[in-house]
Ligand binder design. Structure first.
Ligand code: ZN
Ligand code: ZN
Length: 310
C-alpha cells in the first residue's frame, strides 16, 4: 500500500476541516477558495489517487531490496522503536522535501503542490502525478537498509502527511513557543511563498528542528506578506497542464540549450540556465539580502545626515 492509500482513511476528517474553513472564511468575508483552483485541486488529488493504483514502482522494489539486505534486525516491540522510526522518517522527509526543491528533476513533480496561489486546506492534497518518474522516494531507502520495514515507513509517512493537512491555512496565526520547534501554519505559509527571502525554506514535516540544524528555517515576518505560488506559474486551472507544467518547461529548456548543459538543466537547481542566464532560488535570496542591506545602509546614512544637520 502506498502512503496515499493510508491517507484515504483520513478523508472524512479532512472533508470536515475544509467545510469548517470554508464556513469561517465566508463568515469573515474572506474568499479562501476560488472555484477554478478548487476544482483543479480536487481533480489533481483524484488523478494522483488513480495513478497510485498502477502497480509499477521501481522505488518500492529498491526499498524491499534494501530491507532484504538490512544491517540490523530492529526490535519492533521496543519502547524506542516508534520514536526512532518517527525521527528517522522526519529526517529523511526533510531531505526528500529539500531535494525536491533543489533538484529540478524532483521539483518537476513537487512543484504541483506549490502551484496554487491561494492557501487553504484543499491545497494540502495537491500532489504531483509523476512521482514514479522523479523517484524522489529513493531518499528513504537508507531507512530500509538500516532495518525499518517499508510498510512501517509508509505508515509513518502517511501520519506525517496527515499532520501537514492543518498547516495549509491563512486562518491560524503564529503559535508562540511552538514556532521553530514544530511545523505550524505560519512556518508552512513561508514554505509556500515565492517571495525571494522565503524561497525554499522550512522543509520539515512535523518538526522544524532539522531546518534549524541545516540552516533553512525562516520565521514569517509581519512586514512581508506571503505571495503564494510558483516563480514561473502555468497561469492555468487545467489540472493536466498544472501536473505537467514543469516537465514542459524542462523539455523547452533542453531544446534551447546544447547537450553539455542538459545534466544541470535536469538535475541542477530549478531556475538554473547556462551562461548565467537563469536565476536560482539561492541567487534570488542573495540578491534580496544585498538589496535589503543596501537599503538599511542608506537608511542609516540618511539618519546620520539628519543628525549632523541638527
Ligand atoms: Zn515544498
Ligand atoms: Zn504544503
Amino acid at each position: 500500500m502506498s502512503v496515499h492509500h493510508y491517507l484515504m482513511f483520513f478523508l472524512p476528517v479532512f472533508a470536515a476541516m475544509i467545510a469548517a474553513e470554508f464556513w469561517i472564511g465566508r463568515k469573515r468575508g474572506l474568499r479562501l477558495y476560488t472555484r477554478d483552483q478548487s476544482i483543479a485541486s480536487v481533480v489533481i488529488a483524484a488523478g494522483q489517487r488513480l495513478i497510485s493504483f498502477v502497480p509499477l514502482s521501481l522505488v518500492g522494489v529498491i526499498w524491499f531490496y534494501a530491507f532484504d539486505n538490512r544491517l540490523f534486525d530492529l526490535p519492533t516491540g521496543a519502547w524506542w522503536y516508534i520514536p526512532l522510526l518517527f525521527l528517522g522518517v522526519e529526517f529523511f522527509y526533510y531531505w526528500f522535501h529539500r531535494l525536491s526543491h533543489e533538484i529540478r528533476w524532483l521539483w518537476a513533480t513537487h512543484s504541483v503542490h506549490h502551484s496554487i496561489e491561494e492557501m487553504n486546506f484543499l491545497a494540502a492534497y495537491r500532489f504531483g502525478w509523476t512521482g514514479r518518474i522523479s523517484m524522489g522516494g529513493l531518499v528513504y531507502a537508507p531507512l530500509c537498509l538500516i532495518g525499518f520495514p517499508p510498510t512501517h515507513i509508509v505508515i509513518m509517512l502517511a501520519v506525517n502527511l496527515m499532520y501537514q493537512s492543518w498547516l495549509h491555512t491563512n486562518l491560524i496565526g503564529k503559535l508562540g513557543p511552538l514556532e521553530g520547534i514544530v511545523n505550524t501554519p505560519s512556518a508552512h505559509r513561508v514554505h509556500h511563498a515565492r517571495n525571494a527571502d522565503y524561497l525554499d525554506r522550512n522543509h520539515g514535516g512535523v518538526l522544524m528542528i532539522f531546518d534549524r540544524i541545516f540552516g533553512t528555517y525562516v520565521e514569517e515576518r509581519s512586514d512581508t506578506p506571503v505571495e503564494y505560488g510558483l516563480i514561473r506559474p502555468s497561469g492555468s486551472a487545467n489540472p493536466v497542464r498544472i501536473a505537467f507544467h514543469e516537465w514542459g518547461n524542462m523539455i523547452n529548456d533542453l531544446k534551447k540549450h546544447p547537450v553539455g548543459a542538459w545534466p544541470m538543466l535536469l538535475f541542477g537547481p530549478p531556475g538554473w540556465a547556462p551562461n548565467g542566464e537563469g536565476e536560482t532560488s539561492a541567487q534570488r535570496r542573495e540578491k534580496f539580502r544585498l538589496a535589503e542591506s543596501r537599503d538599511n545602509a542608506a537608511g542609516i546614512a540618511a539618519d546620520a545626515g539628519r543628525v549632523n544637520a541638527l
